[in-house]
Write a protein that binds this ligand. Structure first.
Ligand code: FNR
Length: 185
């Protein structure tokens, strides 16, 4: 089983990329997390480009989502909302709406911020966007605040409570995948 990890941050030392790596450490045997690295290459959405020349980064993201059983998005929070680059990529991938790769795909959203509240507003926004696109969205959040001090040396979350919240969220995400696979069998 494959989970595609998408970090909404472009920063080299991103706490959200670190959060995806912490999630990967919790996945059970047989479940791998693949990180998508193409966000910076996504141009601004343009309906003319959609019709005439879909960007390569979006074609690659489309294929990566289709190839994955589930998607885990880690979002930073910019001005109490979703970073523009992440919203832009989700806008691209939503078009055309019918048959877009996120349709019925199990999706969970987590987030880290250097503020106290752990990007909860941005996570709520991403869940709303993913729901609008037609994804099967896990209704849980993982608020990792004060992210500069949130990770232990081994890459896991330093706070045991947060590790449990992450475990529950991943269990639901993977459980949704297993439910879909069982229905298809
Ligand atoms: C921020 N940051 C931030 N943090 C927060 O908790 N709430 C917020 O509204 C904002 N707003 C905001 C706007 C902009 C433009 C920037 C650049 C930053 C701080 C943010 O949490 C911090 O930069 C994180 O480190 C971003 O995540 P990555 O890049 O570490 O993954």
């Amino acid at each position: 089983m494959k989970v595609l990890g998408i970090s909404g941050s472009l920063r080299r030392d991103s706490h959200n990329a670190a959060l995806l790596r912490a999630a990967a450490l919790q996945l059970p045997p047989g479940v791998e997390l693949e990180l998508w690295e193409g966000l910076k290459a996504v141009p601004p959405y343009d309906a003319d480009d959609e019709a005439e020349a879909r960007p390569r980064a979006i074609r690659e993201l489309d294929a990566a989502i289709r190839d994955a059983d589930a998607v885990l998005i880690a979002t930073p929070e910019y001005n109490h909302s979703v970073p523009g680059q992440l919203k832009n990529a989700l806008d691209w991938i939503s078009r055309p709406l019918a048959g877009n790769p996120l349709r019925n795909k199990p999706v969970a959203v987590i987030g880290a911020s250097t503020g106290l509240f752990g990007a909860v507003w941005a996570q709520a926004e991403v869940r709303k966007i993913a729901t609008a696109i037609g994804a099967n969205v896990v209704d849980r959040e993982l608020p990792v605040g004060q992210a500069a001090d949130a990770f232990a040396e081994d890459g896991r979350l330093a706070d045991d409570e947060l590790e449990l919240v992450l475990a529950d969220l991943l269990a639901e995400l993977i459980g949704d995948v297993r439910g879909v696979l069982a229905q298809a069998a």
